[in-house]
Structures are given as structure tokens and as C-alpha cells.
Design a binder for this molecule. Structure first.
Ligand code: HPA
Length: 278
């Protein structure tokens, strides 16, 4: 008899625990809330809060601006499950742990994944507070699929030519236009952090085609796409590329959280409307 993959066992055990808390209701979409964007959770009606620390096999998120809960309830007329706080590689967790909450949501039955993050502007046209649809990404973090393939979740060599669903992107643009919300669109590059980029790295990232930089999201997207889940991603630009050229400019985590908080309402409304239209 084939022995059970320990990683799959860990996912299934956590999923069973969460499923029971949800009264066996199946979420239509999963949402990952980035730094300072946890406010979206307040829009979720009749919420069930499940702290990560109560879930078997889960770590406790420690990043600033992040709480560590699943929050399930109604958004845009659908039953959704949101991650109020994600697990970051820079906190010292391995990629199996970083992506565990995504795989658990896959087992719970999500049909879409929405990801969000706070990101640094690389594109000179971007300003603080801008919302950027993630059209594509460049991964400079370890790939979470390294290791024996989990055949029950997806193929050994998953396609990555369209990680962000073009249909949902069109829908988002249509809704934003109707609501008079200006959206940027671009390429997100993910590094390990936790140190912010040097000026030379900003220049390098711009040169290779990135528009925004951050320390998350891409591992979650890769794991979701491995399982065939359509993904929509959005970055809030929390520090602008131009200011990074000022000799006195310093990158500051508190400023990042403040800018993200200010943009959270706009992004929350947009996510809710997109989910409603799916
Ligand atoms: N770099 C990396 N991650 C970030 C930044 C940045 O400038 N701003 C918010 N998250």
C-alpha cells in the first residue's frame, strides 16, 4: 500500500478542522489580504473567525500589519474565505508552510483565488496609493513546487503562461471603469525580503520589466495555478519609485502600512463587486 504523503496529511487534517468550523459550507472564492489590507475582512457579513494558531499544523503569522485568521462569510453575495494575514517566507517558514493555507482552501473547494499585497513602485508612472492589477509576475523566491510532486493537486510541470486570469482582469477593468476607479496594470516581482531593495536593485527590476516589487504572493499563485484555480491579483503601491531616487529617501514599514490602509477601501469594494459578478 502507498503510504500517505505527510504534506497531504497535514493539508487534509487542517482542512477537516476548518470545514467543521464552516458548518461544511463550501467557499466560492479564497482571498489573501496583504499588509494593511485586512480591512476587507470587515466587509464580510456573518463572519466566522478561525485563528491560524487554533488550526492543526498551522503557524502563527508575525509580520507587521498582518493578523493571523481565516475569516469566512458573505461577500458580494457569495460565501468566501479570506486570509487576514498571510505566511511569509521571510518569517523563516518553509514553502510548504507558506502555501499551506492556499492548499487548505483548495481542499475546501474554492473556485477562484484573489490575492493582494502592498508593493513598492518600480514603474516611474506609479504613485503612492495606486492600485495595480497584477498582469504577470517574476519569481525570485524559491519555487514552492520543488520536491516530490503532489499528484492529487496538479501536474509535475504546470503551465505558467497566464498565471492571472485574463477574463477576471477584463471584468475588473470594466467594473473599475463603471465606478470611476483608476487602475494600473503591471508585472509584480517577488524577492525574499525582509530587507527592502537597494537603489541598484530597483534599477535592475525596472530593466527586466517589473512594475512593482514585494515579498509575497507569487508562491501562493504558483500553488493555486498548480491546482488549476483561476487567480486575480492586485497590488497597492505603498512607496513610489521616484522617491527612491531622492538621496534622503528611506523605505519605512510604517509608511507602507499607512498607504495600504488608505487604499484598502477602494480595493475591498472592487473585490466584492468582482466576486458578485463571477
Ligand atoms: N519593497 C518590497 N516590498 C514592499 C515594498 C518595497 O518597496 N513596499 C511594500 N512592500
Amino acid at each position: 500500500m502507498k503510504t500517505m504523503d505527510k504534506r497531504v496529511e497535514r493539508i487534509n487534517t487542517a482542512a477537516e478542522f476548518v470545514k467543521e468550523k464552516l458548518g461544511n459550507r463550501k467557499p466560492a472564492a479564497g482571498i489573501v489580504l496583504g499588509s494593511g489590507l485586512g480591512k476587507l475582512a470587515e466587509k464580510i457579513k456573518n463572519p466566522v473567525t478561525i485563528p491560524y494558531k487554533t488550526i492543526p499544523g498551522f503557524p502563527v503569522s508575525t509580520a507587521i500589519g498582518h493578523k493571523g485568521n481565516y475569516i469566512a462569510g458573505e461577500l458580494g453575495g457569495k460565501f468566501v474565505i479570506a486570509m487576514q494575514g498571510r505566511i511569509h517566507y521571510y518569517e523563516g517558514y518553509d514553502m510548504e508552510t507558506v502555501t499551506l493555507p492556499i492548499r487548505v482552501m483548495k481542499v475546501l473547494g474554492i473556485r477562484y483565488l484573489f490575492v493582494s499585497n502592498a508593493a513598492g513602485g518600480i514603474n516611474f508612472d506609479f504613485s503612492v496609493g495606486d492600485l495595480m492589477i497584477i498582469r504577470d509576475h517574476i519569481n525570485m523566491l524559491p519555487n514552492p513546487l520543488v520536491g516530490p510532486n503532489m499528484d492529487d493537486f496538479g501536474p509535475r510541470f504546470p503551465d505558467m503562461t497566464n498565471p492571472y486570469d485574463p477574463k477576471i482582469i477584463s471584468l475588473a477593468k470594466k467594473i473599475a471603469k463603471k465606478d470611476g476607479i483608476e487602475l494600473r496594470e503591471g508585472v509584480y516581482i517577488a524577492g525574499t525580503g525582509p530587507s527592502y531593495e537597494t537603489k541598484a536593485e530597483w534599477h535592475f527590476f525596472r530593466t527586466i520589466g517589473a512594475d512593482a516589487v514585494g515579498m509575497s504572493t507569487v508562491p501562493e499563485v504558483i500553488v493555486a495555478r498548480h491546482s488549476g484555480i483561476p487567480v486575480f491579483g492586485m497590488s497597492v503601491i505603498t512607496n513610489a519609485a521616484k522617491s527612491s531616487l531622492d538621496p534622503d529617501y528611506k523605505n519605512d514599514g510604517d509608511d507602507v502600512i499607512k498607504a495600504a490602509n488608505a487604499a484598502a477601501d477602494k480595493m475591498s469594494g472592487l473585490f466584492a463587486e468582482i466576486i458578485e459578478s463571477l
